[in-house]
Design a protein. Sequence first.
Length: 294
Amino acid sequence: MTTPVGRALVSGAAGFIGGHLSERLLASGWEVHGLSRRADPPASPVHWHRVDLADPQAAEGVIGKVKPDVFFHLASHVVGARDLDAVYPTFRDNALSTVNALVALARTGCRRVVRAGSLEEPDLAAGDPIPSSPYAASKAASRLYGNMFGALFDLPVTNARIFMVYGPRQADLKKVVPYSVRGFLRNDPPRFGSTRPVDWIFVEDVVEGLIAAAASDDAVGKTVDLGTGRFTTVRDLITEIARQMDAENQLSFEPMEERPMEQVRSADIVETQRLTGWQPKIELSEGLRRTIAH
């Protein structure tokens, strides 16, 4: 029996990024444990644990049992709404769950924690202190707690700020890429093409970036950007999807109102490469081709 490279615990392992990451770790020889709140996680060689990290006793129990070498914290309540009803769910599932996990990891011991952040988080270093949404606030709070646990309790936390990820098996059909592909297939194309510039990153590149972040001592206590450093507007992205699907005759955009305080930010991949050695490899046109084929 081959000795595993190490033991990885992945929260959100049944999700889009978590599923791809778990597969990649398994292929590299890791023993992978997945956390999910779902009743029936997908069948795979992952060791599944049905746990809600918002419950501090449950978080401490599973982390104390698994004793991971590396913890990838990907579980998140993702919502772009700027309304009051989004405040508590994002706080509970993002900030509170993160704190519970960090407390348990600090008590158990862990070689590396990689926390998945978001481009929506305010950038304090750039003089951007006010979160643009409840989701952004919860992710920013999670990052600050991670930094505090590193400084006070010697827990080696790396923050991975993930930009707009897309790729095969993205189940949330409200996301631009799967929504657009599905629309063109059904002759019901998207009508609202935002002119917001976005840094799009293919899911396989994100996975490689997360693994590189976990392996880098230089990245501990830092925030590393996982993006391409290049902008493509939502409208141009949809147009490229239509071109690849021979559906340009379906394009017909209508004016739309942008959401308030929408973040426009591209990844600093030069700094990420310096800290981790990682850089993105999949060009947007190639990533969309693979996604459409899937």
